[in-house]
Ligand binder design. Structure first.
Ligand code: TYD
Ligand code: MG
Length: 454
């Protein structure tokens, strides 16, 4: 066998060298050299001949319907667009401890119960640990195979003999390709291992599901750079101290990316939450100043979410602002709009915003709720419990439209909300509905939200 050669390539400018260096001599970037396999070029004539791909007319290409393997977990399938596509490469990322192994093992168990063959390779846990985890989740069928291994070539060898429908790699950070000298978990290893798995998936037709840990900065430690190689990128998120988890698709070559799956982590593994709308309102008992509910979209489904604000006199002349679950800079912007457009000056006030339940809301449709919570706390006036507030707020104090208003209102109405403050621009989208108050700007909105006290 010919000796395998590797080289170190700068990820910034493409400079390559046979020895690792801390700084690229070409573009002066630090820590940018990554080990890669050197591909010996065989082509000498310039053109390929025999079996190379040939151009085809698009209209002549036959499409069979994409056959999918449903995982048996409805919330998981929803995000995948109906199931895993054979021969595809799926990357599931998330913080360590969020429940990735639990989710995938659960899917593996359901698969095996349906008579499909699954090969679950863990580089992190012993076979006994996996068995213990599986016992908590449920009864497995006889077609679920497990193995503790980190050497990729052996995994592929075993998978080739076993011929499963699905191969699970838990996790890519623990996998090792002996052709590369870089340490396990390095960018070079991640990339070469993923490239091998990609080739394996495409040639064998076996679906490969890779688990990847995300670092604190939010990129799937290296896996950010794997995203372009794989067919589907899923992200599993949730706060450790809360039980609910959200599964999202960030990329999907076989479906949409606007579905989300919602789960709750329990003693018996992950449970699906098919009707999550009012999940986060369970602890609301009475109206208090500084709390208001809005309807956010999680994937295609509305979630009713409580926003809380605490506004208090600044003790030392340097106001503090904190936002948990919502964009900090956006809170500052909304405070500035309140000051400039409404003359509500919180310049000498500390302001804290919290989204109840550990949810992270990125939708601008929640702007008006943030403002309502802030004003409610500042003036110490509670907002009635059956009021729902929706709208994006622009810099000139205008209340702007939100997507899918009708869907959000329907959900809120179903759980007992009676008064809806919504953008006037959206009004034509909803049919006749009682309790709807359309507003054009902040002035009107605040008057409707605080009817008696302004
Ligand atoms: P795990 O799937 O190991 O996370 P990851 O693979 O993403 O690192 O799950 C970790 C947590 O889930 C662990 O702290 C315990 C909890 N857990 C439950 O609460 N119930 C269960 O049935 C299982 C299997 C795990
Ligand atoms: Mg794990």
């Amino acid at each position: 066998m010919a000796k395998i050669k590797t080289k170190f390539v700068c990820q910034n400018c493409g400079y390559n060298t046979s020895k690792w260096q801390g700084k690229c001599p070409e573009c002066q970037t630090w820590d940018s050299l990554v080990e890669e396999l050197e591909q010996a070029s065989k082509v000498t004539t310039g053109y390929l001949t025999a079996n190379a791909a040939k151009p085809r007319k698009l209209i002549e290409v036959q499409v069979g319907s994409v056959e999918r393997l449903p995982t048996g977990i409805a919330e998981f399938d929803r995000v995948l667009g109906g199931g895993i596509v054979p021969g595809s490469l799926v990357l599931l990322g998330g913080d360590p401890g969020v429940g990735k192994s639990t989710l995938v093992l659960d899917a593996g168990i359901k698969f095996s119960m349906a008579g499909q063959r699954v090969f679950y390779v863990s580089g992190e846990e012993s076979e006994m640990q996996t068995k213990m985890r599986a016992r908590r989740i449920g009864e497995a069928g006889s077609e679920l195979f497990i193995m503790t291994e980190t050497l990729l070539s052996n995994i592929l060898l075993q998978a080739e003999q076993l011929q499963p429908q699905i191969l699970v790699i838990d996790s890519i950070q623990t996998m090792y390709n002996e052709e590369i000298a870089s340490s396990v978990g390095s960018v070079g290893q991640l990339r070469e291992c993923t490239a091998k798995l990609l080739k394996f998936a495409k040639t064998s037709g076996i679906a490969v599901l890779i688990i990847g840990h995300v670092t604190k900065e939010g990129n799937i430690a290296g896996p950010k750079l794997l995203e372009h190689m794989v067919d589907v990128v899923l992200h599993f998120e949730g706060e450790r101290s809360y039980s609910f988890r959200v599964l999202r698709a960030l990329k999907n070559r076989f479906g949409t990316t606007d579905e989300a799956g919602i789960f709750a982590m329990t003693e018996q593994g992950l449970q699906e939450v098919p009707n999550p709308a009012a999940l986060f309102l369970q602890e609301r008992k009475q109206a208090v100043a500084g709390a208001v509910v809005t309807a956010c979209l999680e994937g295609n489904r509305p979630l009713l979410v409580e926003f809380q604000a605490l506004v208090a006199q600044t003790p030392f002349g340097m106001p503090r602002r904190t936002a948990v679950g919502f964009d900090y800079n956006r809170v500052n912007m909304l405070l500035a709009i309140l000051d400039k457009r409404q003359g509500i000056d919180m310049g000498m006030q500390d302001a804290y915003i919290n989204v109840v339940g550990g949810l992270k809301i990125t939708e601008t449709a929640a702007d008006l709720a943030v403002i309502a919570a802030l004003v409610s706390s500042f003036k110490n006036i509670e907002i009635e419990q059956d009021v729902l507030v929706l709208g994006e707020v622009g810099l000139t104090g205008e209340v702007r439209r939100v997507p899918h208003l009708a869907k959000r209102l329907k959900e809120a109405q179903a759980v007992g909300f009676k008064k809806f403050i919504v953008p006037a621009a959206n009004l034509s989208e909803i049919g006749k509905m009682s309790g709807v108050f359309a507003v054009d700007n902040l002035e009107e909105a605040l008057r409707k939200i605080f009817p008696r006290n302004r």
